[in-house]
Design a protein around this ligand. Structure first.
Ligand code: ADP
Ligand code: ZN
Ligand code: ZN
Length: 733
C-alpha cells in the first residue's frame, strides 16, 4: 500500500468535543487516513484515528504536538468505512471521535493490533507455583497480570496489558523473573473451505421471483424490499441470494434485531452453508468480539451476522447487506450516537455499489414509501410457504363482554376450545409486572414514583412497587398513603394474567416470557424449547414473544389489550401498534394447523383496527401513508428533535425557547420549529425534560439548518444549565 507522507495528521479522539485534533506525523513509516495512532492528549496517552493526512495546520507551531507512533503498519478502517463514519457523524451531528471509536471493538480502542498477534503469553511452571505467592502486594500490576494469566491460561500481550492496564515493561519484568513466557500461536489458519451449500426446499413462484430480482442487481446498488407475511419464506429467499453472493467470492452482512439473534437462526445458517460465519452480538466478551471483527475484515468470515452496531463491521469483499425485520425499533440507537443502522445500510450499500435487502412482514412506512417509488425493487410474498394457512383475525369487544382479570368470556371459551383440540395458546400483553396501578377506591389516591411522572407498577403479586422508567423500588404500603384504607391493584400485567389463567385452566402447563421471568442466561432458549416440545400449553408474554421466534404448534393468539397506542401524541404510535399486532398474529399456526387470532379492545370501530382486520397490514399502511402525507410527517418530511433535561423544571424549556428564538438567524426555506414543549413524560429519574422539534420538507434543508444553528447553541447561557442532545430522524417522540 502506498500512502502519501504528509507532515500533519487530523486525528479523531474519543471525546465529546466536536472537532478533530492536528498532530505532527510520527517518525518512521508513512501514516495516513484510517490508521490508529498513539497521541498525547492533555496529560494522557490515547488512541486516535487519523481522519486525513494534511499539509497545513492552523495550530501554532509551539502548540502543535507530535503523534507518538502508529499502532499498525496498515489502516484499521478502510477508506470506504472511514468516510461512511465521518459522513454519519456529520449527518447525526455527533462528535466524530465518539463515532469512530464506537465503531471499533473495545480492544482496538485500547490499542490492540488490528491483526491477530502471532505470539501469546502464558505462565511458566515456576510462575504458576510462585508468582502469586512471592510477588509483594505493592506490585499491583505484576500480580494483576499473573492473576489474569492464571484465569485465561494464555493470551496475546495486547489483551493482557489492556485488561490489567499495564505497560509492556510489566510483562518483560515478569519474564525476567522467569514467571511468564512468550510462545508462537499454533497455526490454525487452514484455508477456509469453499462454501458448501446444502439444498433447502424448492422455492415457490413468489420466492423464485424475489430471488431472481435480487440476483439481477448483484453488480450495483439497489434497495430491495422483501415484504412477506411471517412464515412466507423470507429467510429462504435470503439463503438463496446469499448462496449466489458466496459463489461470487463475496461476503454477506446480515443485521437482525437484538432479540431475534437466536441460536435457532444461527443454526439455520450453519445448516445451509459450510462457510465460515462470524456472529457479532452484545453477549460476546471483548476477545470474542475482536476475533469476529477481524474475521470479517480479513475476509475469512463469509457471512457476518450481527445486531445494530454490526453495520460498522469492515468487510474485505462486501457483496450484499440484509436487514431482517427492518421495521424493528432496535435498529435505531436511542442514546449517544443516535444512528439508524437500517438507514446507514442504504448509505453504505450505495457507496459500495452493492444491493441491500430489507425484509419484513410489517415494513416501516419509510421503506414502503421508497418501494412505491421503485416498484421494480419490491418483492411480495403474500402466501405462507409450505402448507401453512394464514390466521383468522377477530375482535373481542371489551365493552360488551364481562372480563375475568382482563380476559373476556368469549376469549376464555376460545382458549378452552383450542386446549381441548390439543392446540397451544399464546397471550400477548404489552406490560410486565402484576398491575400497572395501585389505587385507593376510598379516596382516589394512586402510587406514583417519587422521581418520575409515572405510576409505580405492582410486582410479585403485590409485594413490590417498581417504576418502569427509573427502576426505583418500594415495598408495598400496608394501605393508602392518604387515608389508610385498603388499596387494590388495578389493570393487568403478565404476572396477573398468568395468575388468572392458572385459576381458569388449572393443570394446564404454562410459561411466562418477559424481562422479569427470563433474567437468567439461556432461560429464554430453554423455555422456547419446552414450548416447541409441546410441554407448555399456555404461553403469556410481552413484546419478547413477537421477535423472531416461531411457535409452530400455537393455534390461538390473543392480544389482550390493543388499546394502548390507539390514542397517542407520537405520530408513529399507530404504526408500532399495527406492527406489533400483525407480528404477534403471525406467530400462530405456522405448521399445518390453521391459526386463530383474537384482539381484545374497547374501540372495535377504531379505523386502525378495522383496516387491519379487513385488509391486513397493507391496508393499514396505505391509510397511514395518506395521513402522513396530508399532515406532513415522515416519510414525507424529515424531523429532528432537540432534547434538553435538568433537575430544575424551568431550565430545559428556557434553553429550548432561546434556541427557538435563535433560529430566525438561520432561515432555511421550509424549515419549521414546533415547540418547545415538555416531554410526554416530563419528569424522569428526577430530571425534567423538554423537547423542540425541527421539521423540514426533506433531508438537505434540515441538514443545512442544523449545520448553522446547532454549533451556536452551546454558546447560549442556558446551555450550561441543561444536558441537551440532538436526535436526527428521531424515532420516538
Ligand atoms: P419467514 O422468514 O418469512 O418467516 P421462513 O423462511 O422462516 O419464513 O419459512 C417459514 C417456514 O416455511 C420454514 O420452516 C421454512 O423452512 C419453510 N419454507 C420456506 N420456503 C419453503 C418452500 N418453498 N417450500 C416448503 N417450505 C418452505
Ligand atoms: Zn385513600
Ligand atoms: Zn421512576
Amino acid at each position: 500500500m502506498c500512502i502519501d507522507r504528509t507532515p500533519y495528521l487530523a486525528v479523531a479522539i474519543d471525546t465529546p468535543l466536536r472537532q478533530v485534533f492536528d498532530y505532527r506525523a510520527p517518525e518512521g513509516a508513512a501514516v495516513g487516513a484510517g490508521f490508529r495512532v498513539w497521541v498525547p492528549f492533555g496529560r494522557r496517552r490515547v488512541v486516535g484515528v487519523v481522519v486525513e493526512g494534511i499539509d497545513q495546520t492552523e495550530v501554532p507551531a509551539n502548540k502543535l504536538r507530535a503523534a507518538f507512533e502508529a499502532i499498525d503498519a496498515e489502516p484499521t478502517l478502510d477508506p470506504g468505512l472511514l468516510s461512511l463514519l465521518t459522513w454519519a457523524a456529520e449527518y447525526y451531528r455527533h462528535p466524530v471521535g465518539e463515532v469512530l471509536t464506537s465503531a471499533l471493538p473495545v480492544l482496538l480502542r485500547n490499542g490492540a493490533p488490528v491483526r491477530e498477534e502471532k505470539f501469546l503469553w502464558r505462565l511458566t511452571e515456576l510462575g504458576r507455583e510462585k508468582a502469586l505467592a512471592t510477588l509483594p502486594a505493592r506490585s499491583v500490576r505484576l500480580r494483576a497480570i499473573a492473576q489474569y494469566l492464571t484465569k485465561q491460561e494464555q493470551a496475546p500481550a495486547s489483551e493482557i496489558l489492556s485488561a490489567t492496564e499495564s505497560p509492556s515493561s510489566a510483562l518483560r519484568n515478569l519474564e525476567a523473573r522467569g514467571f511468564v513466557e512468550e510462545f508462537a500461536r499454533e497455526k490454525t489458519d487452514i484455508v477456509p473451505p469453499v462454501s458448501i451449500v446444502r439444498a433447502g426446499p424448492p422455492l415457490n413462484e413468489a420466492q423464485t421471483a424475489a430471488v431472481e430480482r435480487i440476483r439481477n442487481t448483484l453488480d450495483f446498488f439497489a434497495s430491495h424490499l422483501l415484504y412477506g407475511v411471517t412464515g412466507s419464506g423470507k429467510t429462504e429467499v435470503y439463503l438463496h441470494v446469499i448462496e449466489a453472493v458466496l459463489a461470487r467470492g463475496q461476503q454477506v452482512l446480515v443485521l437482525v434485531p437484538e432479540i431475534a439473534l437466536t441460536p435457532q437462526l444461527i443454526s439455520r445458517f450453519r445448516a445451509r452453508f459450510d462457510a465460515p460465519l462470524a456472529v457479532l452480538h452484545s453477549g460476546l466478551n471483548d476477545t470474542e468480539r475482536l476475533a469476529a471483527w477481524r474475521d470479517a475484515r480479513e475476509g475469512t468470515a463469509r457471512i457476518v451476522i450481527g445486531t445494530r452496531s454490526a453495520i460498522f463491521t469492515p468487510l474485505l469483499h462486501p457483496g450484499l447487506i440484509i436487514i431482517d425485520e427492518e421495521h424493528d425499533a432496535s435498529f435505531k440507537q436511542q442514546d449517544g450516537f443516535r444512528y439508524s443502522a437500517r438507514d446507514l445500510s442504504l448509505v453504505r450499500a450505495q457507496r459500495l455499489g452493492i444491493p441491500v435487502v430489507l425484509g419484513s412482514a410489517t415494513p416501516s412506512l419509510e421503506t414502503l414509501a421508497r418501494a412505491r417509488k421503485q416498484p421494480e425493487t419490491l418483492s411480495l410474498l403474500s402466501q405462507r410457504a409450505g402448507s401453512a394457512r394464514p390466521p383468522q383475525l377477530a375482535l373481542v369487544d371489551l365493552r360488551k363482554h364481562g372480563a375475568t382479570q382482563g380476559i373476556a368470556t368469549p376469549t376464555v371459551m376460545t382458549i378452552r376450545r383450542h386446549l381441548d383440540a390439543g392446540g397451544q395458546v399464546m397471550l400477548f400483553i404489552n406490560r410486565r409486572g402484576y398491575a400497572p396501578v395501585l389505587f385507593c377506591p376510598n379516596c382516589g389516591w394512586s402510587a406514583h414514583c417519587r422521581r418520575c411522572d409515572a405510576h409505580l407498577t405492582v410486582h410479585a403479586r403485590g409485594r413490590d412497587l417498581i417504576c418502569h422508567h427509573c427502576g426505583s423500588q418500594e415495598p408495598m404500603p400496608p394501605g393508602c398513603s392518604n387515608c389508610f384504607a385498603d388499596v387494590k391493584p388495578v389493570g393487568q400485567g403478565t404476572e396477573r394474567i398468568e395468575e388468572a389463567l392458572q385459576q381458569l385452566f388449572p393443570g394446564a402447563p404454562m410459561a411466562r416470557i418477559d424481562r422479569d421471568s427470563m433474567r437468567r442466561k439461556g432461560e429464554l432458549e430453554e423455555t422456547l424449547a419446552r414450548v416447541n416440545r409441546g410441554e407448555i400449553r399456555i404461553l403469556v408474554g410481552t413484546q419478547m414473544l413477537t421477535k423472531g421466534h416461531d411457535f409452530p404448534q400455537v393455534t390461538l393468539v390473543v392480544v389482550l389489550n390493543a388499546d394502548q397506542g390507539l390514542f397517542s401524541t407520537d405520530f408513529r404510535a399507530s404504526e408500532r401498534l399495527a406492527q406489533t399486532i400483525v407480528q404477534v398474529a403471525g406467530r400462530a399456526g405456522r405448521a399445518d394447523r390453521p391459526g386463530e387470532v383474537l384482539i381484545q379492545t374497547e374501540y372495535p370501530e377504531h379505523p386502525l383496527l378495522t383496516l387491519l382486520l379487513t385488509g391486513g397490514y397493507a391496508a393499514f399502511a396505505d391509510g397511514a401513508l395518506t395521513e402522513r402525507e396530508q399532515s406532513g410527517w415522515p416519510p414525507f418530511a424529515r424531523i429532528a428533535l432537540l432534547r434538553a433535561e435538568a433537575t430544575d423544571q424551568d431550565a430545559p424549556l428556557k434553553f429550548l425557547q432561546d434556541a427557538h428564538d435563535l433560529a430566525v438567524d438561520f432561515p432555511v426555506r421550509g424549515v419549521q420549529l414546533l415547540g418547545p414543549a415538555p416531554a410526554p413524560m416530563e419528569r424522569r429519574a428526577g430530571r425534567f425534560r423538554a423537547q423542540l422539534m425541527i421539521r423540514a420538507p426533506s433531508h438537505s434543508p434540515l441538514q443545512k439548518f442544523l449545520s448553522g444553528w446547532l454549533p451556536i447553541l452551546a454558546m447560549l447561557p442556558e446551555a450550561r444549565r441543561v444536558r441537551w442532545s440532538i436526535d436526527v430522524d428521531a424515532a420516538e417522540l
